[in-house]
Design a protein around this ligand. Structure first.
Ligand SMILES: C[S@@+](CC[C@H](N)C(=O)[O-])C[C@H]1O[C@@H](n2cnc3c(N)ncnc32)[C@H](O)[C@@H]1O
Length: 450
């Protein structure tokens, strides 16, 4: 018999195989410890559950990969998950099975622990997580894999045992629902296509175009020519406002480096920024949750001097820099994505805002000419993996008084904060940009100490 202190319930149907789930892993799986000391990561389990785990893979060392064999006692934090794909191993929204307040508290606790463990940061003020206005249907971008698997051609997310076919992803904004359903219905257009198979997968990006319609980009991983005719027919069948087919050599770099094969209609996204429209190509990065992203910009504006100079590193089309210049300052935006820079330049040409765009590969180019000391503050908003080492070195050597670090990856953030030795972390503000998932966006204020 086990007494669950959290629910004060008494459960008497335990066996030697049952385990209490006491935590969540970074990717949202339930964490439990077996009697022999081994840590179990259990897909679908949440803290407070009592489960008999089913082992999927037990390596010699490290966590044991499990699913729920039997749910003996349900956690009081459990809520019904609204998506049927979750029960079939879809990893897209694992935190959709827990109460929202619990998920916000867990994200904050996990962040504090990561900053302490990896960043060596103790006693830093970490604010409560700012909730997103929406918990579902907030993602303006969704990405799917299209693969030929054991059951033929299908599209969805990569889950526990390969591809989880998805009919509708409840994280996705409403304009994406119908075109996605049409593409699923019409998968047989691709039946004979040579680019399909598990070795040359297609990635499908669906986007809300900011005008209440959907657009798409199909990234084809190939070095050779693309036989686009069947792909075109397939995309045409979904009623998009526009679409693009792009060739990529490395799917990880698809937002920085891809080559347009063919496009149709108007495959652009409208971003309303500082009261005017900025037009982005469909393959250019923008935040997935626009309302929560606006919160980030407002927080940034509160933390930098009003009419100074801002250096916006990894700035893309200039979301932060433009908002800053619109208030009364001047900004320099640095990025290496040509399409993002050209969208930003186009916008400032029309609006006359004092924003300069610089095309610099922050990982490779020599940064000697980037005089960071003349700025009053710098934004650092790198990709998932964190900032390039030479950027952190440059900031330590000649960075401005204040840095605002924006991150979607707590572990990479903690590592980088530790490397920013000329700065001290003053304030950490987590934002729930990705509700119902284990991901978290964080804004950090750093001030120069040496
Ligand atoms: C998380 S996004 C942030 C973009 C922008 N701040 C925004 O909020 O829209 C990261 C940005 O880093 C840029 N990036 C990635 N690697 C880079 C590199 N080596 N040099 C310069 N920019 C890079 C990408 O093009 C992308 O715009």
């Amino acid at each position: 018999m086990i007494n669950d202190k959290r629910s004060t319930q008494t459960v008497d149907n335990t066996s030697d195989d049952t385990v209490w789930v006491h935590d969540l892993s970074w990717d949202g799986r339930g964490v439990a410890r077996r009697d022999d000391g081994r840590v179990l990561m259990i897909f679908g389990a949440i803290p407070g559950d009592l489960v008999i785990p089913e082992i999927r893979h037990e390596p010699n060392k490290g966590p044991v990969d499990c699913t729920i064999g039997e749910l003996v006692h349900e956690s009081p934090q459990r809520v019904p998950h609204p998506c049927p794909h979750y029960a079939r191993g879809c990893p897209a929204s694992q935190l959709g099975a827990v109460r929202r307040e619990f998920s916000l508290d867990w994200k904050r606790t996990h962040l504090v622990e990561t900053l302490r463990r990896i960043g060596g940061l103790e006693g830093v003020v970490v604010e409560p997580v700012i909730p997103s206005p929406k918990q579902w249907r907030y993602r303006e971008r969704l990405e799917f894999q299209v693969l030929r698997g054991q059951n033929g051609l299908d599209m969805g997310y990569i889950g526990l045992s390969g591809l989880v076919p998805v009919l509708d992803c409840r994280l996705g904004a409403t304009p994406l629902i119908k075109p996605f359903a049409a593409l699923r219905r019409n998968l047989d257009y691709l039946d004979s296509h040579p680019h399909l198979g598990d070795r040359v997968p297609l990635r499908l990006l669906l986007r809300d175009n900011g005008r209440g319609e959907a657009i798409a980009v199909l990234f084809v991983l190939t070095r050779g020519p693309v036989d686009s005719a069947p792909l075109e027919e397939w995309l045409d069948s979904a009623g998009f406002a526009g679409w693009e087919i792009r060739r990529v050599r490395n799917q990880k770099l698809r937002y920085i480096n891809s080559e347009l094969v063919i496009s149709k209609g108007d495959p652009t996204v409208r971003i309303r920024i500082a009261g005017r429209d900025l037009i982005l190509q469909a393959s250019v990065f923008s935040q997935v949750n626009r309302k929560a992203a606006n919160e980030l910009v407002n927080l940034m504006l509160e933390q930098v001097p009003e009419d100074g100079r801002l250096l916006d590193l990894y700035g893309g089309y200039g979301r932060f820099g433009i908002a800053y210049a619109d208030r009364s300052g001047k900004a320099t935006v640095v990025d290496s994505a040509a399409d993002a820079l050209s969208a930003g330049r186009d916008y400032v040409r029309k609006t006359g805002l004092p924003v300069e765009f610089r095309d610099i590969d922050l990982g490779r180019d020599d940064l000697a000419e980037l005089d960071a000391a003349v700025f009053d503050a710098a934004i650092l908003d790198p990709p998932h993996a964190g900032a390039d080492e030479q950027v952190l070195d440059m900031l330590n050597e000649r960075g401005p008084e204040r840095i605002i670090y924006v991150s979607c990856h707590p572990a990479a953030l903690a590592r980088d904060l530790k490397r920013l030795t000329a700065y001290k972390t003053d304030l950490v503000v987590p934002i729930d940009m990705f509700p119902s998932t284990s991901e978290l966006e964080t804004l950090v204020i750093l001030d120069r100490i040496s």
